[in-house]
Write a protein that binds this ligand. Structure first.
Ligand SMILES: C[S@@+](CC[C@H](N)C(=O)[O-])C[C@H]1O[C@@H](n2cnc3c(N)ncnc32)[C@H](O)[C@@H]1O
Length: 398
C-alpha cells in the first residue's frame, strides 16, 4: 500500500467522518480508532516522543482552564452561531483575547476544538465531552485529587523497593498528597472535591453501553420475585444512578430497589435527590460490617472491589454474603482484563487504583482466586463493553 494514498484517504475521512460506513458497529469503530492511534505512535519521531510525554500534564491543566472559564460550554451552546471568533469567545469567558488566542492554538493542536478558519472555532466530539457535566467534573476531580497521587508513584515505589502496593493506608496517594488520610476520608473533608467526585462517578461512562443492555435481569435473576424481598441493592452506589437506571428498565418489580452508601453520601442524596430517585430507598450501610438487608435477589457492586487489594475485596464479599439467601446473587460490575492487548483506558484505570487505594483491576484468573477464597461460585460472565472489557459477573453461594 502506498503511504500517500492512505494519507489522502485518512484526510478525507477526517474532513467528513459521517461518510465512512460501518462506524455504527462498535467493534469496527474500536478497531479503527485503535489502529489509527497505534499508527500515530509507530510513526512518531524520537524527538517528538519525549516532548509528547513531558507535556502530557498540559492536557489536564488546560482542559481545566476551559472548564473553569466556561470555554467548553460557550463553544457547545445550543443556539450558538458557529463558527465563533476569538472576540466572541473572549467576551463570553472573560479570558484576555491575547491569552485566548494562545489557548485556542493549543486546543486545536490537540484536537480539542475544530479551527475552521484563521479566526473561526467550532466544537467537535472532544469539546462536547469536556462540556458535559460528567466530563467537567472528571477534569476537576482528576486535577485536584488523582493527579498528585499519580505524580507520587515514582517516589512511593522507590520507598517500597518496587513492591506491588497492597496496603491501602500507604499508597502513592499519601506520598503525593503528603497526608495520612485515606482518599475517602479526605473527600469527606473536601466538599468541593466531593462535588466533582459524585457527578464523575455518575457520568464517567457516558456514551458506553450499560450492563442492562446485555444482561437480561428478568431471565437471569428477577423471574418470580415479589414484594417480600428487595430486588436490586446497589452497594456503594454513589448517588444512585444505577438504581435509577434499573428502575427505568424494570418498572414492573414490586420488590424494593435500594441504594446503600456511606452516611454522608446518603445525606446528600436525601437532601438533593437526583431525578428518578423517587421510589428508591436510600440507606446507610458500611460494607466493613455484615449486610443487614437479607435475601435480596441481587446485591450489585460496580467499581467497588477494584478500589481494594485482594484481602479487602474478600472482606467486603464475605460481609455481603451474610445477607444472601438461596435466591440471592451478587452481581459484580467490573472490568475483566484480558491477558494480552489490554485497552489503554482499562490499563490506566488500573494505575489510578494502584496510586490512590492500592486497588487493582483484575483478570478472570485474579477474580476467580477471590471468589474461591470466599466460597462464591461464578455462574456466568457477560461482557458488555469493548472499550474497557466491562463485565457482569454473576455469583452464587457455594
Ligand atoms: C468507585 S466508587 C463507585 C460508585 C458506583 N458504584 C459507581 O460505579 O458509579 C466507590 C463507592 O463506594 C463508596 N464507599 C466507600 N466506602 C464505603 C463503605 N465503607 N461502605 C459503603 N460504601 C462505601 C463510596 O462512597 C463510593 O461511592
Amino acid at each position: 500500500m502506498d503511504a500517500t494514498t492512505l494519507t489522502d484517504q485518512l484526510e478525507a475521512v477526517l474532513a467528513k467522518p459521517e461518510t465512512l460506513s460501518g462506524l455504527d458497529n462498535d467493534v469496527t469503530k474500536r478497531r479503527l480508532s485503535e489502529a489509527a492511534f497505534r499508527l500515530n505512535l509507530a510513526l512518531e519521531a524520537g524527538g517528538d516522543t519525549i516532548h509528547r510525554l513531558t507535556n502530557a500534564p498540559l492536557e489536564l491543566a488546560l482542559s481545566r482552564v476551559g472548564v473553569q472559564t466556561g470555554l467548553w460550554t460557550a463553544l457547545t451552546k445550543e443556539n450558538a452561531l458557529l463558527p465563533l471568533t476569538n472576540s466572541q469567545l473572549a467576551k463570553e469567558t472573560k479570558i484576555d483575547p491575547a491569552l485566548l488566542k494562545r489557548l485556542l492554538r493549543y486546543y486545536q493542536s490537540k484536537g480539542m476544538v475544530a479551527q475552521t478558519g484563521e479566526d473561526a472555532f467550532a466544537p467537535n466530539n472532544i469539546t462536547k465531552a469536556l462540556a458535559s457535566v460528567g466530563g467537567s467534573s472528571g477534569i476537576n476531580y482528576f486535577a485536584e485529587m488523582i493527579y498528585p497521587a499519580l505524580m507520587g508513584i515514582p517516589e512511593y515505589l522507590r520507598k517500597t523497593e518496587h513492591a506491588n502496593p497492597s496496603n491501602p493506608d500507604f499508597c502513592p496517594w499519601h506520598v503525593g498528597h503528603k497526608t495520612e488520610e485515606s482518599p475517602f476520608s479526605w473527600l469527606n473533608t473536601h466538599p468541593e472535591c466531593m462535588g466533582y467526585f459524585l457527578p464523575w462517578m455518575a457520568g464517567q461512562r457516558e456514551g458506553n453501553p450499560e450492563f442492562l443492555d446485555s444482561f437480561d435481569f428478568e431471565k437471569e435473576v428477577g423471574a418470580g420475585s415479589d414484594s417480600s424481598a428487595p430486588v436490586f441493592v446497589d452497594v456503594g452506589g454513589a448517588i444512585g444512578h444505577q438504581c435509577i437506571l434499573f428502575k427505568s428498565r424494570y418498572p414492573q418489580y414490586s420488590g424494593r430497589i435500594v441504594l446503600q452508601e456511606q452516611a454522608h453520601v446518603i445525606e446528600q442524596v436525601k437532601a438533593a435527590p437526583p431525578p428518578g430517585m423517587d421510589g428508591i430507598d436510600a440507606q446507610t450501610y458500611d460494607f466493613w460490617g455484615p449486610q443487614q438487608l437479607k435475601g435480596a435477589r441481587a446485591y450489585y457492586l460496580r467499581n467497588v472491589l477494584h478500589d481494594f487489594p485482594p484481602h479487602k475485596a474478600k472482606e467486603i464479599l464475605t460481609n455481603i454474603k451474610a445477607g444472601m439467601t438461596e435466591q440471592s446473587v451478587i452481581l459484580i460490575d467490573e472490568m475483566v482484563l484480558p491477558e494480552i492487548a489490554t485497552p489503554w483506558r482499562a490499563a490506566s484505570l488500573d494505575m489510578d487504583m494502584l496510586a490512590c487505594l492500592a486497588g487493582v483491576e483484575r483478570s478472570a484468573k485474579e477474580w476467580g482466586e477471590i471468589f474461591e477464597a470466599v466460597g462464591l461460585e461464578l455462574v456466568r460472565t457477560v461482557q458488555y463493553t469493548v472499550q474497557c472489557n466491562d463485565c457482569i459477573m454473576v455469583l452464587k453461594q457455594k
